[in-house]
Design a protein around this ligand. Sequence first.
Ligand SMILES: NC(=O)c1ccc[n+]([C@@H]2O[C@H](COP(=O)([O-])OP(=O)(O)OC[C@H]3O[C@@H](n4cnc5c(N)ncnc54)[C@H](O)[C@@H]3O)[C@@H](O)[C@H]2O)c1
Ligand SMILES: O=c1ccn([C@@H]2O[C@H](COP(=O)(O)OP(=O)(O)O[C@H]3O[C@H](CO)[C@H](O)[C@H](O)[C@H]3O)[C@@H](O)[C@H]2O)c(=O)[nH]1
Length: 326
Amino acid sequence: MRLLVTGGAGYIGSHVTRQLVEAGHDVTVYDNLGSGFRWATLGAPLVEADLADTARLDATLAAGRFEAVLHFAAHIVVPESVADPLKYYANNTRNTLGLLQALLRHGVRRLVFSSTAAVYGTPEHIPVSESAPLLPINPYGASKLMSERMISDLAATGALDHVTLRYFNVAGADPGGRLGQATPAATHLIKVACELACGKRERIDVFGTDYPTPDGTCVRDYIHVEDLARAHVLALDHLAAGGQSLTLNCGYGHGYSVREVLAAVERQHGQALTVRDTDRRPGDPAALVADSSRIRSALGWQPQHDDLDFIVRTALDWERSLPRAG
Ligand SMILES: NC(=O)c1ccc[n+]([C@@H]2O[C@H](COP(=O)([O-])OP(=O)(O)OC[C@H]3O[C@@H](n4cnc5c(N)ncnc54)[C@H](O)[C@@H]3O)[C@@H](O)[C@H]2O)c1
Ligand SMILES: O=c1ccn([C@@H]2O[C@H](COP(=O)(O)OP(=O)(O)O[C@H]3O[C@H](CO)[C@H](O)[C@H](O)[C@H]3O)[C@@H](O)[C@H]2O)c(=O)[nH]1
């Protein structure tokens, strides 16, 4: 298929772009390089432009005659969304509205959308299924939920078919060493721990040790970025075969605590890390684990890298290589 990937120069979008190209698709990336990198497109054509630039978006869609769009472009830092909510509604919600309007103008009828487990807020039941209440607790999650609603409302008119993927905690890097997370000032646990292992930080803080979890630290469902990328390839196959619109959790269905993650980083690094226990970080649910049965049955998705040590090893290998990449 002829595909447009917004945000395809970012962490997740670049892994998906690579898999799409390998699967034989004709991929164009649309990215303003705000938090993405030209090298991350690995040679796929890049339109360096902002989603808010309607003229560039229209010109790109007119020239490309795309059969589907994958929409990753967004701001993603939860604490920043609390401090500057309108930045998140502008980029994540308003620019998604603009993209949907442009898709209508150009007759593009298929969309794969990057959503997040943050739409669930603090779920009452673990594992969390797609039918759980949608109660985001920060503007980032709310901005994504509003996009989900626009997409599903539009789909209900018959104008669009979509697969909305709600990612849990995405981590790891391309095992081939070509791609990985390169964002400066990262906040994600595995990324921060790998930076520490590589001597780029002095210590790591554990945010809260008194949660109602087995070891008192938060539990998350970490999914390797390559398995997540594969879900996008399958989502496109589903839409191309005339499949109905779907909303799917992307996780493995089991979680690890912060301490278990840090132990895995220490194993892979071969040395102890400097760890400091601190207070809870506001807005962190105790446990967030996906019920992943729907994506397995609807798309036939089967994880290849459901292994915390493998996730950490690829992230650490990538972190070691980063000076040349950044
Ligand atoms: N990283 C995670 O753990 C995670 C979890 C859940 C959901 N997601 C979602 O996955 C998607 C990708 O996240 P990521 O981790 O790869 O982040 P990222 O910051 O690495 O990638 C986002 C990309 O979008 C581009 N972009 C942002 N705004 C743009 C705009 N207005 N116009 C053009 N390009 C723009 C950036 O330059 C960047 O390349 C996001 O939609 C995010 O909400 C990520
Ligand atoms: O230095 C750190 C960083 C994180 N943590 C803890 O590690 C866990 C995971 O934190 P991350 O920041 O790696 O990830 P989140 O679970 O906060 O966020 C993830 O899930 C969110 C949805 O809930 C968003 O989608 C977000 O983009 C995605 O990374 C949390 O308990 C957090 O408190 C630490 O203890 N120390």
